[in-house]
Design a protein around this ligand. Structure first.
Ligand SMILES: [Zn+2]
Length: 265
């Protein structure tokens, strides 16, 4: 670049600036800055409208990014984050007809609405109760809520272990470490049917590996179990159980199964 080129460039029209009072139909009076470019005067619109517009655009971007991350996760795991048949399980569709259920619902909603804080803290929630008490319902409602911004995966403990075990095959396209990393890096992992004895010791160890890795990486996890505290302690072992209790939350679903009620009627 040489100086002579600049001096030959056409002169830009002079820009002059001024101010005037303006009124936004939504946000009232504001001071508008005006720029005269050549002979055309341009006035800057309502700053609040502009802020809201930018915020909406940012939120739309975030939703798109979250959807993309979720799609990538699902492709890699070759499964849907929330099985289609569970998509109707939302906070709105959870029937809280007792105080205890209200408390469980409130806890679940708190977790979902403050998810970023729980993501920072690596909160672990245990939902304990009989089948049909709504544990999966609330856990899935949480997962579906946070999926607007974050990635989530709902799986039974057995299926999670199967994902790991499948990598033990010689022709597996993925390594055990890759799958473990995927299960550890999803923002919220919901593990259902934890505490059911099954499979080999090596398979049980895989489940502890998942829970442990998420704990160490401070990633929020929801464990659903039919076990009470003593049963969960026996299943996980003292060390893992103690870890759950640090910064963890235990929610007891100690009411009758709604499925049980239906069949008894
Ligand atoms: Zn406005």
């Amino acid at each position: 670049m040489d100086g002579s080129h600049n001096s030959l460039a056409p002169r830009l029209p002079l820009i002059t600036q001024s101010e005037r009072q303006d009124t936004c139909p939504d946000h009232g009076e504001f001071t508008s800055a005006g720029f005269k470019i050549g002979s055309t005067m341009r006035w800057i619109g309502c700053p609040e409208c502009s802020r809201l517009h930018q915020e909406a655009a940012k939120a739309a971007e975030a939703v798109k990014a979250a959807e993309h991350a979720q799609r990538v996760l699902e492709q890699r795991l070759d499964r849907s984050g929330i099985p289609l048949r569970y998509r109707s399980k939302t906070f709105q569709s959870f029937i809280a007809d007792t105080d205890a259920k209200e408390v469980a619902l409130a806890e679940a909603m708190e977790f979902a609405s403050n998810f970023d804080a729980h993501l920072q803290a690596g909160t672990v929630i245990v939902m304990s109760g009989l089948p049909g008490t709504g544990k999966s319902h609330l856990a899935i409602a949480i997962a579906q809520t946070i999926m607007a911004q974050r990635t989530a995966l709902y799986t039974s403990a057995i299926d999670a272990v199967r994902m790991i075990r499948d990598t033990w095959r010689r022709d597996s396209p993925r390594t055990e470490t890759e799958v473990l990393d995927m299960l550890a890096s999803v923002h919220l992992l919901v593990l259902d049917e934890v505490g059911v004895q099954y499979g080999t010791d090596a398979e049980q160890v895989s489940l502890f590996d998942i829970i442990d890795k998420r704990y160490r990486d401070m990633m929020p996890t929801i464990l659903l179990t039919n076990q009470n505290k003593a049963g969960m302690k026996a299943f996980l072992g003292d060390r893992s159980f103690d870890r759950l209790r640090e910064g963890g939350k235990w929610i007891t679903f100690d009411w009758e199964s709604h499925r049980g009620k239906v069949t008894a009627a």
